[in-house]
Design a protein around this ligand. Sequence first.
Ligand code: ADP
Ligand code: ADP
Ligand code: MG
Length: 447
Amino acid sequence: MFDKVLIANRGEIALRIHRACREMGIHTVAVHSEIDANAMHVRLADESVCIGPALASESYLNIPAIVSAAEITGADAIHPGYGFLSENARFAEIVEEHGITFIGPKAEHIRLMGDKLAARDKAIELGIPIVPGSKGAVDNMDDAAEIAAEIGYPVLLKAAAGGGGRGITLVRSEEDLRGAFVRTQREAEVSFSDGSLYVEKFLERPRHIEIQIAGDLHGNVVHLGERDCSVQRRHQKVVEEAPSPALNAEQRVQIGERVAAAMKKMGYSNLGTVEFLYENGEFYFIEMNTRLQVEHPVTEMTTGIDLVREQIKLASGAPLSFTQDEVELTGHAIECRVTAENAKTFAPSPGKIRTYHSPGGMNVRVDSALYAGYSVPPSYDSLIAKLIVHGRNRNECLMRLRRALEEFVIDGIETTIPLHQALLANQDFANGDYDVKWLERLLESES
Ligand code: ADP
Ligand code: ADP
Ligand code: MG
């Protein structure tokens, strides 16, 4: 097992990884930007190294600075968290070239799945159904128009290298295609340094259902059930739950086994999530994320498995610590992502936290790096806390979540706690009756 792990991230996930390491007797090294010098993960880590200014490209994305920090502190392994360098195959390779273990899948799998077009081909090869769309990249307008006409409008234009809900444009008709093509290509070039686009059929009312898998370096792969992440705004997840209110036990086992078998065939190791859209009883692959997900605690709550601990063990070469038969899904879990934004306008709201009180009690979990007196910097993602609760069934889970939200106090900045309270008061949500566009329709009808 590793003696020292460098955590190449910030915020709640850096703290989450620190906690897992601590419980395993592993020393931690925090890296941070200048603006994050007083961050909680820096305070709690055994050692810390400042790797650059606030701008992410000069700190949390600065590969030479991070690798140097690992070498100077003698870290055996680097955990990339999510976002930042977590899906950068070159980073994984560089880390390994320096004799340091990258806590994640093999670089070749990160690279393969990071290209959504290659991932679609791979899915087909593995017998996983995909959303109908173009065979490869569409290089120009005419090709895009031809394929869109074939598939039938509405379609989505998607960046092959996209992520985080960006680089996706809805096109309702051929008239709109030209503008959308130019815009999306430019966005993809700016955000992902890769302007490749592809066309996908736009599903009108799907749910987003994803399968969590874990694999070891000895060829074993298991699945840990699904998460329903359909409550979204601008293609970004807002609430996640497990199990999905839309699936029955038989469907759950079927899709889980299918995904696990496919990943086994691929020789995939470490954690991964295979994302699907689900409509009229059918699953359609959209992409795979080759990393720990923001919403992993939902699965931890229903399986009792510490995914980060498992991830670290798997990277060290240990076999999976459980078999598929030992994975037992219990009760229901829901996560609310709380961001530093106005709950109505979603205007960013960085600033100083005056009062902070997190909810507690049975089966209530808060993953957050906030504390009173801390200043949320304007420089990074607006996620400031995840509230996750577990109940014996969905109803108990909803009751507990309402109660926990009432207790949650974050004063000094605006947060999306009021939005979550409104969701929890909504009858459709209570019924589990929602799709990926449901929240946007709700917000529109209220404005
Ligand atoms: P990202 O890499 O940004 O996560 P995804 O391909 O996973 O992008 O899609 C993000 C979200 O966009 C999905 O969860 C879904 O809500 C929406 N979406 C993606 N593809 C489609 C589609 N073909 N039809 C309808 N909605 C889609
Ligand atoms: P480790 O291999 O991490 O040192 P042990 O083998 O000492 O853990 O197991 C300690 C306990 O923790 C055992 O009951 C084991 O089943 C449980 N355990 C091991 N790995 C995990 C995990 N990833 N999540 C939850 N429990 C785990
Ligand atoms: Mg996605």
